[in-house]
Design a binder for this molecule. Structure first.
Ligand code: PLP
Length: 397
């Protein structure tokens, strides 16, 4: 016998596992280069040279007992101070090491925040479509995920709609911008309207409602698109960041959270989140990687490859007659399925060795997510298949 909670998760995971196995099966049959796997958000560009330089230099010159040792659960103070100062330069904030906790990627950042905020039965809002793990993270702490469906084709938050889902049990709303899976960046204007609504609700209910801003794609914004700094728009904002995408380090598990002092109970949340880091078993973020990111805080993400892929994919698919959300950020294209049956689209695409993820996996039925963190050749070579798919749907241009 295993835990009932885990039993449900293990059986629910089979769709993703099936996709992974399907990719392997097709690769064996047709050759890896003839399979167009757009299913995973794993960066395909290597980490910038600054990361390797930092690793080698640290290993060569720093004290190994210090570099590989335990430190306080929040992380090395000098690393946290360097991050705070970098944020202050960019966003005009006034953070210091006491606002930053180093985490095991964005995933663990979200977990320590949710663990610190939630009592059983508390509600956390997510705006559909959203990163599928949010539900699991919230349920880890016996909270309930409340899903707000989108109301418009531009996938900006709709404060009037969200307000309908807020009650005295609402502890937080998770925002993710630039967004996985839509590629949309929330505008300052829509965030301000959302903030006004949340302020009203806090006053009306006499509670604190936190925005948890999940920002692993912060640096992936094309053509200089602005990604607003939400704590400067809404006081009760806690930010989770990760270098998984911006420095192509998803396996290294390194990120941080920002808990502003001015947020309600800011210091209490900070103290709780430090302990949460320990008791969920992370203890602290990987020590070597903390030292590495300290040296890379101001390294710019090279977006040229993703940007070229974005154009190639968006133009290629719209030329075939498909409709998609034009992505301003992240590395996903959110394609509208003609007729709306996303499961059927995924099956049809497999015939052309194209693997995409059904929108239903993100609570976004009627769409599919196409991850373009792949080689340009994968996109180019997939186009004949997409063209045939468009013909099957009777699309023409
Ligand atoms: N949040 C979103 C929206 C993501 O897309 C991902 C990973 O794909 C994560 C969080 C988890 O990121 P990390 O690797 O930093 O834990």
């Amino acid at each position: 016998m295993i835990s009932e909670k885990m039993m449900k998760l293990a059986s629910g995971n089979s769709a993703i596992r099936a996709m992974f196995e399907e990719g392997n099966r097709l690769a064996e049959k047709y050759g890896r280069e003839n399979v167009y796997d757009f299913s995973l958000g794993n960066p395909n560009f290597p980490a910038p040279h600054e990361v390797k330089d930092a690793i080698l230099d640290i290993i060569e010159h720093d004290d190994p007992v210090f570099v590989h040792g335990y430190m306080s659960n929040a992380g090395y103070p000098d690393v946290r101070e360097a991050i705070a100062q970098s944020l202050n330069r960019r966003f005009g904030s006034a953070y210091n090491a006491g606002n930053i906790i180093m985490t095991v990627g964005a995933a663990s950042g979200l977990n320590i925040i949710l663990k610190s905020l939630l009592n059983p039965g508390d509600e956390v809002i997510a705006l559909a479509p959203f990163f599928v793990e949010y539900g699991n993270y919230v349920r880890n702490y016996d909270g309930e995920l409340v899903i707000v469906p989108p109301t418009t084709d531009d996938f900006q938050p709709d404060p009037a709609e969200i307000a309908k889902y807020i009650n005295s049990k609402t502890r937080a709303i998770i925002l993710n911008t630039p967004n996985n899976p839509t590629g949309v960046i929330y505008t300052a204007e829509s965030l301000k309207k959302l903030a006004d609504m949340l302020e009203d609700k806090q006053r009306e209910l006499g509670t604190s409602i936190y925005i948890i801003s999940d920002e692993p794609y912060r640096e992936l914004a094309y053509n200089g698109a602005e990604v607003p700094w939400i704590p400067s728009i809404y006081r009760n904002t806690i930010v989770g960041y990760s270098w998984s995408k911006s420095l192509s380090l998803p396996g290294e598990r390194i990120g941080y959270v920002v808990i502003p002092t001015e947020a309600d109970d800011g210091q209490l949340i900070f103290d709780a989140a430090c302990i949460a880091n320990r008791v969920i078993g992370s203890v602290n973020a990987p020590s070597l990687m903390q030292r590495v990111v300290m040296r890379c805080v101001d390294v710019a993400t090279d977006l040229s490859g993703y940007d070229a892929n974005r154009q190639l994919l968006y133009n290629g698919l719209t030329d075939c007659g498909f409709e998609a959300v034009y992505p301003d950020g992240a590395f996903y294209l959110w394609l509208k399925v003609p007729g709306g049956d996303d499961a059927d689209f995924v099956e049809r695409a497999k015939k052309y060795n194209i693997l995409v993820v059904p929108g239903a996996s993100f609570a976004g039925k009627g769409y599919v997510r196409i991850a373009y963190c792949v080689s340009a050749d994968t996109i180019k070579n997939s186009m004949p298949g997409f063209k045939k798919l468009a013909e099957e749907y009777g699309l023409k241009k």
